[in-house]
Design a protein around this ligand. Structure first.
Ligand SMILES: Cc1cc2nc3c(=O)[nH]c(=O)nc-3n(C[C@H](O)[C@H](O)[C@H](O)COP(=O)(O)O)c2cc1C
Length: 204
């Protein structure tokens, strides 16, 4: 298995509807191909990590690289992994905004406005900390079994990340609908997409 991460910028301003469509496309395709990962978006900038079978990921990278929706693609890493770091996510998603909780380890001096191509390419530790937000906890085998309290905390963190992701996707769907209503054109495609969104955010 391999994991690839990269930064890129949008080729043209992207609407909430286009972003939602992109996310839905990622989740559908990735679930079918056993690809997992995360996608962060803010200030016209994408930071994505994808992982899975080597051939699948190499083919997907080629497809993503050729996608006209973004440009200035900068590969950050391509490495072998023995276990998935985003096993729970067909594509975790977060839109970077000032409302995000950035006062966590590794991001204390990070502001939402820093989420741009030049900053991310020049600040590897920040990229790592951002990617950690959705990474599964990985406990060193040498340390052995973690204690029950740590386990509960990790479960809570994972549950919180799921809730956060659902809120982000719901908000994107609502914004898409509002944009469409303002234009006076709510397409069947958008309604279908919103239906899929509702189904995907329903508590399991
Ligand atoms: C920033 C960005 C990230 C993308 N990530 C994925 C992804 O994780 N999985 C995926 O299948 N397509 C992804 N795509 C879309 C692909 O480039 C391509 O459009 C898609 O795989 C084609 O799917 P289709 O054959 O179902 O139309 C991404 C596109 C962009 C612009």
């Amino acid at each position: 298995m391999i994991q690839v991460s990269y930064v890129s910028t949008v080729a043209n301003p992207i609407s909430a509807e286009q972003l939602l469509a992109l996310l839905m496309q990622c989740r559908k395709n990735n679930a079918a191909q056993d690809v997992t990962g995360m996608l962060l978006y803010g200030n016209g900038t994408f930071l994505q990590a994808i992982e899975g079978d080597e051939q699948v990921i190499d083919d997907l990278v080629e497809t993503i690289w050729a996608d006209p929706r973004h440009e200035k693609i900068k590969l950050l890493s391509r490495r072998s992994i023995s276990r998935r770091e985003y096993a729970d996510w067909s594509m975790a998603f977060e839109r970077i905004s000032d409302e995000g909780n950035w006062k966590v380890e590794g991001l204390k001096s990070f502001a939402a406005s820093d989420f741009n191509y030049d900053y991310l390419v020049g600040h590897e530790p920040v990229v790592t900390a951002l990617m950690d937000r959705y990474r599964e906890p990985h406990f060193d085998q040498l340390i052995g079994e973690i204690n029950a309290k740590d386990k509960v905390i990790e479960h809570l963190k994972a549950a919180l990340a799921q809730v956060h992701d659902r809120a982000q996707v719901t908000r994107l769907a609502l914004e898409s609908l509002t944009e469409a209503a303002r234009r006076g054109e709510c397409s069947d495609a958008l309604l279908d997409m919103c239906n899929t969104t509702i189904a995907s955010v329903r508590p399991k």
